[in-house]
Design a protein around this ligand. Structure first.
Ligand code: SF4
Length: 426
């Protein structure tokens, strides 16, 4: 890859000198892990794991196959090809894998079809709900015991599912619970899709609370965010196949709108460009969290490979290719990345790449007393947002639904308690 000259930058010109930081009493908290030790590579840098460890493959599933491959597979089972579409209708339109409910299929072939093409992929280990029942976190066990989570959230006029794309994560961000254990493995296409199908089934059964009497929104998941476990672009092919299944019209897929699907990344630049060239106009989000390499190298270890300017150039390329406005995610962490000058620097870097192509979503972190990973003060949050807006960058503080059940993004992790519950069920 050609080196971007701007990538050599370590401390931004607009950052106040260290002396000034001390003189004004503005502290700079450095990102370090708390209660766990970050794995390091031979050069002492945080270890990045891109390749998925080899583990037994999940069973082949209808959602792993294209419509043509489904027909071939059904024929291999000794059945006529048109049964593939019937089975896909049950799965993608009625959200069922239960042979007993497939009454339009002859009884003697239902088990054969379900056994061959709809094997169980996710076993529910635990479900946590908010009091109103409008946010639900699921903990799933995969066929090999790996644990992943998804979070279902009802908002006025839409239902959003936050999905996982990997068991664990290899990006080693020091603030993130998911990254602590490293990457267990990539999830398969069908394991990603099944999270949505299971959520849709629950919604159809009336299991998601918070619906108002005058709410006529369609009762199924309308929006997907890839902000659960894993770095989606590190599992590129399977994630993209899952996206294709999401947007394919029913019954070939779930018939969702690409615009309602948000693919987020910490900045895997070649994969961002590839995504831009796919021709599927999903919403793209870059988890930036710092506008300067000095801090971002420590906060987001993949920044040692692709620098802030390279990630922003790739984000701009995404906008140019798709016409879709890009989201910049920015978790506001007290005295670490929430300085006013960082808001100015971020605005400067975004504006130098043009106008109207981006918006910023600062995300207030959970208040965690005694931790360096705690929320910015309300004043710092407001000042950060004000400076960006004043510089012409549309900026809105994001709703952090899910906090109540520890399901906010970047906090999705299977605890040892969850592991115990899974072991008891296995
Ligand atoms: S923040 Fe995202 S990319 Fe970083 S370790 Fe956590 S899940 Fe992985």
């Amino acid at each position: 890859m050609t080196e971007n000259p701007r990538a050599r930058e370590t401390r931004p010109a607009s950052a106040p000198p260290k002396g000034k930081l001390r003189a004004t009493g503005t502290p700079q908290v450095r990102p370090t892990t708390e209660g766990w030790t970050q794995k390091k590579d031979a050069e002492g840098r945080p270890l990045l794991q891109f390749a998925s460890p080899k583990r037994g493959k999940p069973p082949l599933h209808l959602a792993d196959l294209t419509p043509t491959e489904r027909i071939e597979k059904v024929k291999e089972l000794g059945l006529p090809g048109f049964r593939a579409k019937q089975l896909a209708t049950h799965y993608f339109r009625h959200y069922t894998s239960d042979a007993a409910q497939m009454t339009d299929l002859p009884a003697d072939i239902r088990e054969q079809l379900v056994g061959g093409l709809l094997p169980p992929l996710l076993t529910e280990v635990r479900r946590l709900e908010t009091d109103r029942g409008d946010t639900i976190k699921f903990l799933w066990r995969l066929h090999d015991g790996a644990l992943v989570e998804s979070v279902l959230m009802r908002y006025p006029g839409r239902i959003t599912l936050c999905v996982s794309s990997q068991a664990g994560c290899g990006m080693n961000c020091p603030f993130c619970a998911t990254g602590q254990a490293g990457l267990t493995r990539n999830m398969s296409t069908a394991e990603i899709v099944e999270q949505i199908v299971r959520a849709n089934r629950l919604i159809a059964e009336g299991g998601l609370g918070g619906k108002k009497a005058d709410d006529h929104s369609m009762e199924r998941v309308s929006n997907i965010v890839f902000m659960g476990m894993g770095e989606p672009l590190a599992n590129y092919n399977r994630v993209m196949d899952a996206v294709r299944s999401m947007v394919a019209p029913q019954p070939d897929g779930l018939g969702m709108s690409a615009r309602g699907i948000t693919v987020s990344t910490v900045g895997l630049v070649p994969a961002i460009k590839k995504l831009a060239d796919e021709g599927i106009p999903v919403t793209f989000a870059l988890s930036l969290h710092a506008p300067d390499d000095h801090l971002r190298d420590e906060l987001i270890p993949v920044n040692s490979k692709w620098k802030v300017d390279e990630a922003l150039d790739a984000a701009r390329y995404y906008y140019e290719k798709t016409g879709r406005r890009v989201s910049i995610e920015y978790a506001l962490i007290k005295d670490m990345n929430d300085h006013a000058w960082r808001a100015d620097l971020l605005a400067e870097k975004l504006n130098e790449r043009g106008r109207g192509w981006v918006h910023v979503n600062p995300i207030p972190l959970n208040p965690t007393p005694g931790s360096i990973w705690t929320s910015s003060t309300r004043e710092a949050q407001n000042e950060f947002v004000r400076r960006l807006n004043d510089a012409g960058i549309p900026t809105t503080l994001r709703d952090t639904r899910g906090k109540e059940i520890d399901g906010a993004c970047g906090q999705l992790v299977a605890t040892t308690e969850d592991e115990a519950a899974s072991a008891a069920m296995a």
